[in-house]
Design a protein. Structure first.
Length: 354
């Protein structure tokens, strides 16, 4: 029998809400080579043609070689087996050795948009009704950023859980962005919902700056620290930072101090694996401009720590499949996000059944 506060451990994400823009990659990844990536169960090839970026089914319509083994040309992507050339919409436009192209020679294409150095893909059955989300931080000259792509042998839901509950900083990231476990575990958690978006705020006034923060900003002593997480289903935005204690209001959008803005695209690969696309942007302090690289490198280290924890967690969930999981106070954000994802997925399923 299941009791309050217990949830059975799932070893995969529930049905995935497909009708939204998901992150497929970053602009800098897509140069002259095509990229093969499975996204929401679809094997796709991403490439950059002369007139923009494109995403096609990763299969030649001739003899099924993955198109990602082909070569990019100005007019499109040429298959690496017998040379069929495809345009960005998936139509074959040239068959070497013959004058005409068979009318059915085409493969499926998916909408792919490039915006703020992020590649957004639409894999839904319905047409996209809105443009991809805007992420102006990448184009904001107050910030410098770096990013990366990590493959997870774990479902997207476990990565969401990790990002939505930053109390784990106190235990997983003690040497970098962590801090006093008592402070983290007791910090009040404010959760607000607006449509399919969740906002989770944790404030930690008058605390010691964590080691990584101290590297990049000359704090005088204690700091007022904030973490604001926005969950958008396919991605999360995490605005964290700290300023000298008492030097400003923690709800002032223009507050001073060190600001760290994280972009976290979590795109399921399959039901049990996912891709994690991250960037971290920080504002350089005028007296320590070079230290922003150090902070971004240290945040990258924390992502490796998270990966080790999450993949071990997933392996163990499979070993103990069906074992109950007890909820604690800090699960409020992750649990709310799970419900939102499940509702969005069931709306998609229902819309296609009626
Ligand atoms: S398999 Fe692609 S051209 Fe033959
Ligand atoms: Fe983490």
């Amino acid at each position: 029998m299941k009791h309050d506060g217990e949830a059975t451990a799932r070893t995969s994400s529930p049905a995935l809400p497909k009708n939204r823009w998901h992150v497929a990659g970053f602009s800098w990844e897509l140069q002259r080579q095509p990229i093969a990536r499975t996204l929401l169960g679809h094997p796709v090839v991403l490439f950059r043609a002369a007139d923009g970026v494109a995403a096609l089914e990763d299969r030649c319509c001739h003899r099924h070689l993955p198109l990602s083994l082909g070569t990019v040309e100005d007019r499109g992507l040429r298959c690496g087996y017998h040379g069929l050339l495809y345009d960005a919409r998936g139509a074959c436009i040239e068959v070497p050795g013959q004058a005409t192209v068979p009318p059915r020679a085409r493969v499926r294409s998916h909408p792919l948009r490039e915006q703020n150095q992020i590649l957004w893909i639409w894999l839904g059955d319905d047409e996209a009704t809105a443009p991809p989300p805007d992420y102006g931080v990448h184009d904001d000259d107050r910030y410098r950023f770096r990013g990366g792509v990590v493959h997870y042998d774990a479902p997207s839901q476990l990565v969401h859980d990790n990002l939505l509950d930053l109390s784990h900083l106190a235990y997983v990231h003690l040497k970098t962005i962590g801090g006093d476990p008592g402070l983290h575990m007791h910090a009040p958690i404010q959760v607000e919902q607006s449509g399919d978006t969740l906002r989770i705020v944790r404030l930690m006034p008058d605390s010691d700056p964590p080691p990584t923060y101290g590297l990049a900003w000359p704090f005088a002593g204690k700091v007022d620290r904030w973490q604001e997480i926005e969950f958008h289903g396919s991605h999360l935005l995490i605005w964290a930072g700290a300023m000298d204690a008492g030097s400003g209001a923690l709800d002032d959008p223009d507050r001073g101090g060190l600001h760290i803005r994280g972009f976290h695209g979590v795109t399921p690969e399959t039901e049990t694996t996912c891709h994690y696309f991250w960037t971290v942007a920080t504002n350089p302090h005028p007296g320590m401009p070079d230290m922003t690289d150090a902070i971004r490198e240290q945040v990258e280290l924390t992502f490796n720590e998270d990966k080790a924890v999450i993949e071990a967690q997933h392996r163990n969930m499979r070993r103990f499949a069906g074992a109950p999981a007890v909820d604690i106070r800090v699960d409020v954000g992750p649990n709310r996000a799970r419900r939102l994802q499940a509702e969005a997925a069931s709306r998609t399923v229902n819309a296609h059944q009626t």
